[in-house]
Every structure is written in structure tokens, then in C-alpha cells.
Design a binder for this molecule. Structure first.
Ligand SMILES: [Zn+2]
Length: 406
């Protein structure tokens, strides 16, 4: 097989890829910015239309959040973008990226600046707008080859990855269910292009505590302090870290209280949990439930526990290992050494794995400091990573390597 002409074509796309990332990263598409997400979806459609796939937007259900008054709110999400090509092909590949960023409309980090000839600093340049350019050019190159009949693909670009994909989760699971392998374009975990291997599961919980308000000077005794009750709960929850080695529980935020001369009747605690197994999830859920039951035994205190594990741990199965080996093999052919390492972070790779789909989830650009105003992209990785994915697709479609899920 001679893949060189198609890989060379990608090399010629460097400028075009830079331009796409430049344009896309200037659009604020924070997960809650519906206008920005709609605009982002529009420019993505303009770029991805050249793939000649069936393309449409998918409405997502609103996301349930507990607001700072302790009330459950249903907040609307942006639309996901779904593309499908050659559903009749024997091998089906799912490609995933997200159009949202962690930077909201009012965040000061809104524009790109050129750090040096090979480095851009900007919102979403690495996570994940650079990755979307990689995905697009890899597929464009693949569509130029004579092997396409053997491989169909579907793309999901979701608008809520950074807020745990609750809305797009069912769509991701549906497409994963009819695909054979998954490629996700999160940035590499370091400047050398390392991939994320196994990933921990993640859950977020809110505990809302109601007490009884009272004036400190006139009726202190009749008040029931929600902050103090919550504090006891949170300290006990933090102790769970000592009771089970495989979990990490972080008390991340507290809200509540008001005028200092009033006994506070509302306090809210926010907790993030990382797990390695479903047994961990059950254990944590049970432990938090018990702590909440103890809270409710207190005189004049009522509490609610909200939240769930939105991402299951991503473990290596034999087919997952095989896919990583295959990507590494393609890397070797391109003189791009590829390694991987387990991480505590979660992404849509967890969702695909939970749906039974083996996947590599860090095929996007090299870059780093994501989720901060120092986020950067190494420009030479744009074509480099597009070639990696294109070669993988070409080898699978040409029959040079056989893919069968066990
Ligand atoms: Zn991301």
C-alpha cells in the first residue's frame, strides 16, 4: 500500500489548519453560552460540509443543576453536531470532539496570541478546537483514498463535554453502540504527544442543608445553623479518603449563609469524586447516603443529596489494548513515538468505554495548560496528528490490518 500521497496532502494543509483554529478559537463557546455554541456549530458545519456526509444538529435535553439557592434548575444546552457517512460499510469508526470550552462569555481569556513561531496561546486552541481541525483533515485525506468503501464513520461534536456530557451522553452511547472503534480528539497529555490510557470515573454531588433562621441577638436558641451542620457532613465526607484507597473525594465549594447577625438556614456543599471501579461508586454513594441520613437526624435540619457518577472508569480491555498498539504502530511508521499513561481525569472516552466501545481519546494536538489562560497549542502537531489518524484509517480500510471486536 502506498499511503504517501495522502499523507503528503496533509502536510500541505498546515496553513489551512492554522486558519481554522484561529477562526474557531476566536468564537467564545463556553458550555453555557448558547449563542456562541450556535455560532460555533455554524462555522463547523461550513468546514465539515466538504466531507460529503449526512449532517445535522441534534437537540439535547436540559442539564439538571443545583443552583446557589439549593434549588434544582433545568438549564438548556447547545445542540450537538452529528455526521454520518457510509453506514453500510463493514467497519464503522466513531470520531468525537467537543465544541465547548471552559471559558464563559465573561472570562477575560478570549483571544489568541502568538507566543512564538510554533506556539499559540488561546481559549480552546488545544482543548479541543485544534483537535477538531485534526479530525477534519484526517477524514478529508482519508476520503481522497481508494479504500473508502470498506470504512464508514460517524462524528459527534458535543456542546457539553466540559460539563460532563450529561445531555449528549445518550447520543454518544447510541453511536458507540453501532461502531467498532472510537477516536477522540482531546489534546495529548504532554508536549511529546503521550496518550491518556486508563481513566478514573468521576461523579459530582451537591448536598443542600436547610436549618432554621433566627436573629442572633433576639432568638439565637431557636435557630438551627445550616452551615455548622454542613461542615460536619463535609468533614466526615473528607474522611472517606482514608477509608478507601481507590477513591479520591474533594470538597470543592461551599455556599450559603447571609447577614452575620442571622443564624443561616441554608448551606450547600459541592463534592467531586474519582473512582477506579463500579464497586467504588457503590461504596461512595452508600457512604454519602449514610452521612446524609445522620444529618437528617439532627433537630431542625433537613437535607438533600443530589448528583451522580456521570463517567464510569475507563479500563483496558483486550480490544482497547489492541487499538492502542495499533495507534502506536502507526506512530512508529510516521516516526512519531507514541506512549500512554493512566490519568485521574475523565472525558468522553469514559462514556464510549462504558458503552463497550474501545477507544483512544487523546488523538488531538500536542499542547497543554488546558482549562487555564495559559492554554497553548504546538502548531506543528496539527498535521502530525492528522497524519496519525489518517494512517490508522487507511490501514484499517485497505485491509492491511484487520479489526474485529471480540
Ligand atoms: Zn476537552
Amino acid at each position: 500500500m502506498n499511503y504517501t500521497p495522502y499523507l503528503d496532502w496533509i502536510d500541505q494543509q498546515h496553513e489551512a489548519m492554522c486558519q481554522l483554529v484561529w477562526e474557531w478559537s476566536h468564537i467564545n463557546s463556553g458550555s453555557w453560552n448558547l449563542e456562541g455554541l450556535a455560532q460555533m456549530s455554524k462555522v463547523l458545519q461550513t468546514a465539515f460540509v466538504r466531507l460529503g456526509a449526512d449532517m445535522h444538529e441534534v437537540d439535547l435535553p436540559p442539564k439538571e443543576v443545583v443552583n446557589s439557592q439549593g434549588e434544582v434548575e433545568h438549564v438548556p444546552l447547545g445542540k450537538a453536531l452529528h455526521l454520518r457517512k457510509r453506514p453500510e460499510a463493514p467497519l464503522k469508526v466513531m470520531l468525537v470532539g467537543h465544541m465547548d470550552t471552559v471559558f464563559g462569555k465573561t472570562h477575560p481569556f478570549q483571544t489568541i496570541h502568538k507566543v512564538d513561531d510554533n506556539t499559540w496561546n488561546g481559549p480552546g486552541v488545544a482543548d479541543l478546537k485544534g483537535g477538531l481541525a485534526v479530525m477534519l483533515k484526517a477524514l478529508e485525506a482519508f476520503e481522497r483514498t481508494p479504500y473508502t468503501a470498506n470504512l464508514g464513520w460517524e462524528i459527534v461534536i458535543n456542546p457539553d463535554e466540559e460539563i460532563s456530557s450529561d445531555g449528549s451522553g445518550p447520543l454518544l452511547a447510541e453511536v458507540a453502540g453501532r461502531s467498532h472503534l472510537g477516536l477522540i480528539y482531546e489534546p495529548a497529555t504532554n508536549d511529546q504527544g503521550q496518550l491518556a490510557g486508563e481513566r478514573k470515573g468521576v461523579g459530582s454531588f451537591s448536598v443542600v442543608v436547610h436549618g432554621k433562621s433566627a436573629h442572633v441577638g433576639r432568638a439565637f436558641e431557636s435557630g438551627r445553623n445550616a452551615i455548622c451542620a454542613l461542615a460536619e457532613f463535609l468533614l466526615a465526607a473528607n474522611q472517606l479518603n482514608e477509608q478507601r484507597e481507590t477513591i479520591t473525594l474533594n470538597v470543592g465549594r461551599i455556599e450559603g449563609g447571609g447577614p452575620l447577625n442571622m443564624v443561616p438556614d441554608l448551606a450547600i456543599g459541592r463534592i467531586n469524586v474519582r473512582t477506579e471501579s463500579e464497586a467504588d461508586e457503590k461504596w461512595v454513594q452508600h457512604a454519602l447516603q449514610q452521612l446524609q441520613n445522620q444529618l437528617d437526624l439532627k433537630d431542625g435540619i433537613r437535607s438533600h443529596l443530589y448528583g451522580k457518577f456521570s463517567r464510569k472508569p475507563k479500563r483496558f480491555t483486550p480490544s482497547m489494548s489492541r487499538l492502542f498498539d495499533l495507534v502506536a504502530e502507526c506512530g512508529t511508521m510516521l516516526s512519531q513515538p507514541i506512549s500512554w499513561k493512566a490519568t485521574g481525569g475523565a472525558c468522553d472516552g469514559n462514556n464510549l468505554a462504558a458503552a463497550g466501545l474501545p477507544n483512544v481519546d487523546t488523538l488531538g494536538v500536542r499542547g497543554g495548560k488546558i482549562h487555564s489562560a495559559q492554554e497553548y497549542l504546538l502548531l506543528d502537531s496539527l498535521t502530525e496528528r492528522a497524519k496519525l489518524s489518517a494512517l490508522l484509517l487507511m490501514r484499517l480500510a485497505s485491509g492491511e490490518v484487520k479489526w474485529e471486536n471480540p
